[in-house]
Design a protein around this ligand. Sequence first.
Ligand SMILES: C[S@@+](CC[C@H](N)C(=O)[O-])C[C@H]1O[C@@H](n2cnc3c(N)ncnc32)[C@H](O)[C@@H]1O
Length: 513
Amino acid sequence: MGGVSNATTPSLPSADRPEVAALLREALLAASFTADGLLDLLGAPAYAALARSETVPALRATRGDTPLETLVRLFLLQQPAPHARVAEFLPVHACVESGWLAPAGPDEVAATVDVRPYGGPDGEDWFIVSDLGCAVGGAGGSANGGRQADAAVVLGVGGASTTLAGITVRKPVAAALDLGTGSGIQALHAAQHATRVTATDLNPRALHITALTLALSGAPAADLREGSLFEPLRDDETYDLIVSNPPFVISPGARLTYRDGGMGGDDLCRSVVQGAGERLNEGGFAQFLANWQHVEGEDWQDRIRSWVPRGCDAWIVQREVQDVTQYAELWLRDAGDHRGDQADYQARYDAWLDEFEARKVKAVGFGWITLRRTAAAEPVVTVEEWPHPVEQPLGDTVLAHFARLDHLRTHDDAALLAGRFRLAAEVVQEQVGLPGAEDPEHVVLRQHRGMRRATKVDTVGAGFAGVCDGSLSAGRILDAIAQLVGEDPVSLRDRTPAQIRLLVEQGFLEPAE
Ligand SMILES: C[S@@+](CC[C@H](N)C(=O)[O-])C[C@H]1O[C@@H](n2cnc3c(N)ncnc32)[C@H](O)[C@@H]1O
């Protein structure tokens, strides 16, 4: 474990005992302490309640003393269990000796960290290690009970973690970087398709926990580096994949390392995005979650566009916008502040609004940023708003987006018309208009896969898309449509490529060659 000292993290299990992690893993699997086993045992409502940091339903569902019930109470609900009972299904001596368990009261043991079963994309049984009470929900999680969270606390899997894991392009690569690794969840995913994984964090406790997550999940160890942003990397180190779910929260002061970047406003997110450009190999992807400010008198799209480093294509999707009050409340609750002293809560809330006022921030955008290093003379930056549900995982959709972009970039209108296209799978047409009206007011094409986009088209666009099965060139299809509707084929060929480009860009049509 390069550069990670046990002295700073005395209460964590030893990261230098892989043989104990392997034994523990075997015992956990034998007891069905897996994502599926957990869901079966708890049932969907109690399972979902845990994600909201509500433990009562799970406690009620684990009142028996089967191995699985005992493990859930130990590793997810911070309940001590009888030493003798635990010894029947866990290597309890080795676990106590190496620090996974600690003696608790007469004849009982307690877990020193949370361990959450986590299912990988191909059915892998993984485990995410985190600080006690932080396997689910935020730092205001179950073990905190309203106490102030420790600045160095390491959280487990949150919605943001799984979102980033889902949008990440998963093609085999040589070198991947997980910046701000936390529990190690992104590094664990990357270890499945990257030969080498480097994981960095400002918080040494996070690196220690990442080593535990990887070992307990049976994944190869990562190269762990302590430090801020790109600082732990040598000048010549570049990657094929960079992922980061950075501490993106825009807050008045650096209080919690896992979420408060500690730079002013959205500067930390900007630094991560800008810094990634020179760390990417050609064709390599960098994917981030980020928050950005909506500042009075400024177009948010211009702000975020200005972050894109030179030599990179970018696809930026704003998924949500919150006004400053919603935003402050979200993160106050995340830290459990709402359960503490009311005067403190109000003072913190006030400070948050002061900060936004000083920066002229009206709202905060949340979204995904994907960069791809390109040799193209004119990189393409797409910024859009898509707040609607999507179909995760989206990694292949992201890859296909950039492939279509390459196609459009290298095909002028004449080449586009000479090309053939295919309607993407599961695209349907919807007609929108008043009930009973003879003609629809407009026609919408809707995707049922990937981004699940919907876009308005005119009758030519709808007819064109419907005929695209990869057999006829776009120009031939337009000529046929022109004849059908009695329009001049030359003018139709002239005005339609823009619409075809949009349909290709958005994934309704795919180049057939
Ligand atoms: C939101 S957590 C993400 C954890 C994990 N990667 C995930 O996806 O769940 C952000 C992580 O960034 C780390 N961090 C905070 N400031 C940092 C910095 N300046 N440089 C590198 N890592 C930082 C925090 O310690 C924390 O582990």
